[in-house]
Design a binder for this molecule. Structure first.
Ligand SMILES: N[C@@H](CCC(=O)N[C@@H](CS)C(=O)NCC(=O)O)C(=O)O
Length: 222
């Protein structure tokens, strides 16, 4: 492997999905190594001693951690194919704003849907739909959040498309396609990209994982 790119990852993790998508968009060959959080590898502990978390990208022996930092690093190291971040500083700040929004809101309320029941779940569903509608407003009539080009915000949001089946199964009377058809159309468009379809975990496998692990204690939280 000419570039010596190794990804320490955990298959259901949306942060890891982003790195896989970004590397595939760039056509970067990489070695994938799955982590076991019950028994973290010495390499993970050495490469990310501060957080001891995946994803970690190890490039030429040097580690880069935190998904937003990793994706920006990938964009800078392999700038020629499919730029993911806009070059204009304002547009770049705007893309980072939406990535931050997705991390804080979509991730949080998405998990709340399967972690709660009753009124709390109803409230999480409403908040999540509000987030999706807000994002739909940002997408507008564009092909991608990045305009004609698939970019950072698309990379940030698309892993959650893999959660839709789980969310709709955990919560009764919940159809994201009915609530936000435009967002589902955008996601389906993204899924036509090999970088995305090859990187997202199977939705049923993800549901089984969440059902088994994410409602208990002491498990890694997605
Ligand atoms: N802010 C980090 C979050 C990474 C993260 O949450 N990783 C989880 C994946 S499940 C993890 O490593 N959990 C194991 C642990 O915290 O011990 C990023 O964006 O890369």
């Amino acid at each position: 492997m000419a570039e010596q790119v190794l990804l320490l990852d955990f298959w259901p993790d949306p942060s890891g999905v982003r790195i896989r998508v970004a590397l595939r968009e760039k056509g970067v060959e990489y070695e994938y190594r799955e982590e076991d959080f019950q028994n973290k590898s010495p390499l993970l502990l050495k490469m990310n001693p501060v957080h001891e978390q995946t994803p970690v990208l190890i490039h030429k022996g040097k580690p880069v951690s935190e998904s937003l930092i990793i994706v920006q690093y990938i964009d800078e190291v392999w700038p020629h194919k499919s730029p993911l971040l806009p070059t204009d500083p304002y547009e770049q700040a705007n893309a980072r704003f939406w990535a931050d929004y997705i991390d804080k809101k979509v991730h949080y309320f998405g998990r709340s849907v399967w972690e709660t029941t009753g009124e709390a779940q109803e409230s999480a569903k409403k908040e999540l739909i509000h987030c999706f509608r807000t994002l739909k407003g940002e997408l507008g009539d564009k092909t991608y959040f990045g305009g004609d080009r698939f970019g950072l915000v698309d990379v940030w949001l698309i892993p959650f498309y893999g959660w839709f089946y789980t969310l709709e199964t955990f919560a009764a009377n919940f159809s994201i396609a009915e609530e936000c058809p435009k967002l589902v159309t955008w996601a389906q468009r993204c899924m036509e990209r090999e970088s995305v379809s090859k990187s997202l975990p199977d939705q049923h496998k993800l549901y089984d994982y969440i059902l088994e692990h994410e409602t208990g204690q002491n498990q890694p939280h997605l």
